[in-house]
Design a binder for this molecule. Structure first.
Ligand SMILES: [Mn+2]
Length: 273
């Protein structure tokens, strides 16, 4: 289970002090943040003055990293249903299969339970086929999603041994890869997984390195969103980076008209296995 708290507040002036017990700017007990960190299996916090704070806690066995199996990247994300609906029509997941770490984001057509059925079918099928390359995964998904509304799906797969990233997508799921100081778009083919498959599905191949960051997102984000520039996000939990991205691209002037999912693949910091 993952719990994220996101605000547009003034930010924390001194994050390390805020973790100390007895520290409060509101006259309260000041034990909350430190307690959250102590009781969770994974915890990260990002605070930027004038922009706000994201605090993220993860509970359960899946949150624990196997120290004997370090990967050069880790994955995380957030999924926000439209208008606090019960279902999000978006879904994302990651699967480790041998040397392959596969990150997928699926946006079921429309929103609501039928969209969720399509994107959930994509998640289920990925767990059966994560040993395959992205184009082959999408081919399998196309068969598995027949009879559903269909979905836009992007698949990014890192070979942790060769440190090579492969990408393929069908439909409107955004993908951007940071390489050093620049961001590039990874392009998907037109189509709808489960309904209409493109005749050709080329894969993009790119080297992975410590300065890379990959962001997959559904069209709940504006198409012209600006990637997060804060260098601290290079070592942040990828789910924190995803939450900061959603927060900083949202605005009261632009009402959200769809479910919003953002999934991030980021390098594992050297000091954290
Ligand atoms: Mn959508």
């Amino acid at each position: 289970m993952q719990i994220a708290a996101v605000d547009h507040g003034p930010g924390m002036a001194d994050v390390p002090a805020a973790f100390g017990d007895g520290f409060s700017t509101a006259g309260s007990l000041g034990a909350g943040l430190g307690t959250c960190r102590r009781v969770s299996d994974g915890f990260d916090l990002h605070s930027a003055p004038g922009r706000g704070t994201v605090a993220l806690a993860r509970l359960g066995a899946a949150a624990r990293v196997d120290p004997g199996d370090p990967a050069p990247a880790r994955a995380g994300g957030v999924n926000i249903p439209l208008a606090r609906a019960e279902y999000s029509g978006d879904a994302w997941t990651w699967v480790r299969s041998g040397d392959l770490l596969t990150l997928m984001l699926a946006d079921g057509l429309g929103h609501g339970p039928e969209a969720a059925r399509a994107s959930t079918a994509a998640v289920d099928e990925l767990h059966r086929g994560a040993h395959l390359p992205p184009a082959e995964i999408l081919h399998r998904l196309d068969i598995a999603l027949r009879g559903t509304r269909g979905a836009a799906v992007a698949v990014a797969q890192l070979d942790v041994r060769s440190e090579r990233l492969r990408f393929a997508g069908i439909g409107n799921v955004g993908a951007r890869l940071r390489e050093g100081d620049s961001w590039r778009h990874l392009l998907s083919r037109p189509g709808i997984v489960g309904v209409h498959r493109p005749t050709r599905l080329p894969e993009t191949v790119a080297p992975w390195a410590a300065d890379r960051l990959l962001v997959l997102h559904s069209d709940g984000l504006p198409s012209r969103w600006v990637p997060p520039a804060d260098p601290r996000l290079a070592t942040a939990d990828p789910a924190v980076t995803a939450a900061v991205t959603v927060r900083d691209t949202s605005s009261s002037a632009r009402p959200v008209r769809d479910d919003t999912a953002v999934a991030v693949l980021s390098p594992t910091p050297p000091d954290r296995p």
